[in-house]
Write a protein that binds this ligand. Structure first.
Ligand code: SF4
Length: 283
């Protein structure tokens, strides 16, 4: 073998070995995180304890600013688009969808590929387009038009039940719509809320998304649910991150049984959430 070929072969072998080592280390770190998260003692927090968390996060993050309220159907579509992508990308996808199809009836009637093309920047475009069209079709069939303003006349339970009866709409999407579009006191439990709550010992690390929703919502005082939801997401993104929580800089450190684990992380809750969710989109 020529020397150049030998060198290329050696470089390839070294790269393969390095990737294998990285994969092994990632598996070991994941196992350590799972063990750490599972060892956090779980105790339902008092309402006063939850208010303390909300006050501290609010003091750190600044004033709570609710987002502009969208019509119910818009919020459902926006929530579907927000799954598995950043706020920026999902916002762009929503804006492009509205620009391309100004009325929801047009989205419902369009070829799926055209809808997917309009939301491409939000990722998982084919699945999201299919799900959006399924939801719009069901609303159109039931209501005779694609609009859900009438949900404003329903109680929280009935409105949630209606929303969760739509294709692919689960507790999280329903809670988002109730909170953001209808001003109801729901408590959406997304991956960040779930992870931080598990580390604080409010819910078991192994709780599924549905169970986390059922456990957390009644614990959180109604008047701070929206605020705390937003605060926990910001905290989960910036401080209580999945892989390297910044416990040393955390204003909840003295309240948190997970504190002190250094860069040990609670990504286990993310993994366990996914275990109970459909492979493509979960509500
Ligand atoms: Fe998260 Fe650490 Fe703060 Fe606990 S102390 S909430 S684990 S960042």
């Amino acid at each position: 073998m020529h020397s150049a070929a030998r060198q290329a072969s050696a470089a390839r072998q070294a790269r393969i070995a390095s990737e294998a080592r990285a994969a092994r280390e990632a598996r070991e770190a994941s196992a350590a995180r799972q063990a750490r998260a599972a060892s956090v003692p779980v105790a339902a927090p008092s309402r006063a304890g939850i208010r303390t968390v909300q006050r501290r996060l609010r003091a750190e993050q600044g004033a709570f600013i609710p987002k502009p309220r969208l019509p119910v159907v818009d919020e459902i579509v926006a929530t579907v688009l927000s799954q598995h992508t950043s706020d920026i990308n999902s916002g762009r996808a929503f804006a492009r969808l509205k620009q391309r199809f100004p009325a929801w009836e047009q989205v419902a009637d369009a070829p799926a590929e055209e809808v997917a093309g309009a939301i491409r920047c939000g990722g998982m475009a084919a699945q999201k387009a299919r799900r959006i069209q399924q939801i719009l079709a069901v609303i159109g069939d039931r209501e005779g038009r694609i609009g859900l303003d009438r949900l404003d006349g329903l109680g929280d339970g009935a409105a949630r039940e209606y929303l969760e009866s739509l294709p692919g709409v689960g507790p999280k999407t329903a809670a988002c719509v109730l909170t953001f579009a209808m001003g109801r006191a729901a408590f959406p439990v997304d991956t960040h809320v779930h992870r931080v709550a598990a580390r604080l010992g409010w819910i078991p690390a192994a709780a599924t998304a549905d169970k986390a929703d059922r456990l957390l919502t009644p614990l959180v005082p109604a008047d701070i649910r929206y605020d705390l939801h937003v605060a926990l997401i910001a905290h989960g993104r910036t401080v209580c991150r999945a892989r390297r929580p910044r416990c040393g800089a955390c204003v909840l450190r003295d309240l948190c049984p997970y504190s002190g684990s250094g860069d040990a992380a609670g990504a286990v809750t993310d993994t366990q959430r996914e275990r109970a969710r459909p492979a493509d989109l979960a509500g």
